[in-house]
Ligand binder design. Structure first.
Ligand SMILES: Nc1ncnc2c1ncn2[C@@H]1O[C@H](COP(=O)(O)OP(=O)(O)O)[C@@H](O)[C@H]1O
Ligand SMILES: CC(=O)OP(=O)(O)O
Ligand SMILES: [Mg+2]
Length: 394
C-alpha cells in the first residue's frame, strides 16, 4: 500500500510538480515546466534517476499540464495510482484559510481573489482545471500560502487605514510562502533539537518571490508580504516596499493606468527593474564584473533584508535561529555573507568556510561565537503539501 499524491506548484510562467508517496515521503517523480507562454518551453521530467526533456511551445498552463500528463504516460509512474492531487494556492483571502477540498465554490472564490495575486491565482486555477481534466476521479485539494500566517496578531495584520473600508474589502496583511515558512521553521527547530513551540526564529525565504517571517515560540507573528505578494523584500521582478504615494504620483504625472502600475510593480521592478535581470545569478555575475547597476540592485536587495531581520529581532526580543531558504537563500553564499556581515551588532556571525559549502542537507553556517544559530535549510513545499493533502483525504 502506498499513497501516491501528485503535487502541483503553479507559478506565473512555470509549473513545478512532484509525485510523492505520502506514506514514506519517497519522491516517485518530479518535474518542472518552464517558460510557459514563450515560443519554446522546457519540460524536464525526472523518474528513477533518469531525466526526460521536452521542448515545445506551451501556450498556456492548460497545454503545459497536458504535456506533463503525457510525460507520465510515456515514462511513468502511472497516474492511475494517484490518490489525490494537491495544488499550491497562493491567495485564499479571508474565506479560505486552511487546506481544503476543491469544489466549484472554491474555484469561484480563487477567481474572485485573482486581483490580489495577479501572478499566481490565475496560474493556480489553470493548474486546477487542467489537473481535474486529467484526473477527474480523485480529490483535488488546495493548500494555501496564507494558511501559516492565520496566527498573525491584529497589530501585525492591520494596515493603518479606515477600519470600515478595510472590513468591506477584506484589506489586511495575509502573508505568503506559508507552506515553505512552516516546513523550514519545523526543520530548523528539529535541527537545533529544540521543541518547535519553544523556538523563536526568523526565516528568510529568498526565491524569485521573497518573504521573511517572524515566529515566536512556534507561532507566526509577522511576515513581510501583506495584502498581496508584492509587499516587503526586493524580488526578481517585484518592487517590495515603496511609498504608497508613488502610485497616485505615477498615475497623475506619468499618466499610467492602474493596470500599467500594477504590471510595473509586479513584473518589471525588483532586480529586473534595477539591474535588467531578474535572476540573482545574473545580477551577481554582473556585479562581480563591475556593473554599477547590478551593484546598486544588490545593495538595495541586501539592505532591505537586513532591515527586516533587525525589525523582527527587536519585535521577537531575540531569536534562536536565523534561517535562509529557497533558490537564492539556499544557493547564494554571497547573499548570505553580505546579510550576516551586517548583523554583527546583534552578535550574529558567520562561518565563512561553512557558508560556501554546497549541500542539499540542512546545515549550520554560524560562527563559533555567534549569539544565534544561522542555518541553511532547503525548502520542500511539495513534501509539506503531500502531508497536508494526506490528512485532508484521510
Ligand atoms: N546558485 C545560485 N545563486 C544565486 N541565485 C540562485 C542560484 N540558484 C538559483 N538562484 C535563484 O533562485 C531563484 C529561483 O528561486 P525559487 O525558490 O525556485 O523561486 P520560485 O519558486 O519563485 O520560482 C532564481 O531566480 C535565481 O535567482
Ligand atoms: C507568493 C509568491 O511570491 O510566490 P513565488 O515566490 O512562487 O512567486
Ligand atoms: Mg517558490
Amino acid at each position: 500500500m502506498a499513497t501516491p499524491i501528485l503535487l502541483l506548484n503553479a507559478g506565473s510562467s512555470s509549473i513545478k510538480y512532484q509525485m510523492i508517496d505520502a506514506d514514506t515521503d519517497e519522491v516517485m517523480a518530479s518535474g518542472l515546466i518552464e517558460r510557459i507562454g514563450q515560443e519554446v518551453g522546457v519540460l524536464t521530467h525526472k523518474v528513477n534517476g533518469e531525466e526526460f526533456v521536452a521542448n515545445e511551445e506551451y501556450t498556456n498552463h492548460t497545454v503545459a499540464l497536458a504535456s506533463m500528463v503525457q510525460m507520465f504516460a510515456d515514462h511513468g509512474p502511472s497516474l492511475d495510482d494517484v490518490k489525490a492531487v494537491g495544488h499550491r494556492t497562493v491567495h485564499g483571502g479571508d474565506k479560505l484559510t486552511s487546506t481544503t477540498l476543491i469544489d466549484e465554490d472554491v474555484v469561484a472564490t480563487l477567481e474572485a481573489l485573482s486581483p490580489l495575486a495577479p501572478l499566481h491565482n490565475p496560474a493556480g486555477i489553470a493548474g486546477i482545471r487542467g489537473a481535474q481534466k486529467a484526473l477527474p476521479n480523485v480529490p483535488h485539494v488546495a493548500v494555501f500560502d496564507t494558511a501559516f500566517f492565520s496566527t498573525l496578531p491584529p497589530e501585525s495584520y492591520t494596515y493603518a487605514i479606515s477600519t470600515d473600508l478595510a472590513r468591506e474589502y477584506s484589506i489586511r496583511r495575509y502573508g505568503f510562502h506559508g507552506t515553505s515558512h512552516d516546513y523550514v521553521s519545523h526543520q530548523a527547530a528539529e535541527f537545533l533539537g529544540k521543541p518547535y513551540d519553544q523556538t523563536t526564529q526568523i526565516v528568510c525565504h529568498l526565491g524569485n518571490g521573497a518573504s521573511i517571517s517572524a515566529i515566536k515560540n512556534g507561532v507566526a507573528v509577522d511576515t513581510s508580504m501583506g495584502l498581496t505578494p508584492l509587499e516587503g523584500l526586493v524580488m526578481g521582478t517585484r518592487s517590495g516596499d515603496l511609498d504608497p504615494g508613488m502610485i497616485a504620483y505615477l498615475h497623475r504625472e506619468a499618466g499610467m493606468s492602474t493596470d500599467a502600475i500594477d504590471t510595473l510593480l509586479n513584473k518589471a521592478s525588483g532586480m529586473l527593474g534595477l539591474a535588467g535581470a531578474s535572476d540573482m545569478r545574473d545580477v551577481e555575475t554582473a556585479k562581480e564584473e563591475g556593473d554599477a547597476r547590478a551593484q546598486l540592485a544588490w545593495d538595495v536587495y541586501i539592505r532591505r533584508i537586513v532591515g527586516y531581520i533587525g525589525r523582527y529581532y527587536v519585535l521577537l526580543g531575540g531569536i534562536d535561529a536565523l534561517t535562509f531558504t529557497a533558490g537564492v537563500g539556499e544557493n547564494s553564499a554571497a547573499v548570505r555573507r553580505d546579510v550576516v556581515e551586517r548583523l554583527a551588532v546583534l552578535g550574529i556571525t558567520l562561518d565563512t568556510v561553512n557558508n560556501t559549502v554546497r549541500s542539499k542537507e540542512p546545515r549550520a553556517i554560524s560562527g563559533k561565537d555567534s549569539s544565534v544559530a544561522v542555518l541553511v535549510i532547503p525548502t520542500n513545499e511539495e513534501l509539506q503539501m503531500a502531508h497536508e493533502v494526506k490528512a485532508v483525504i484521510a
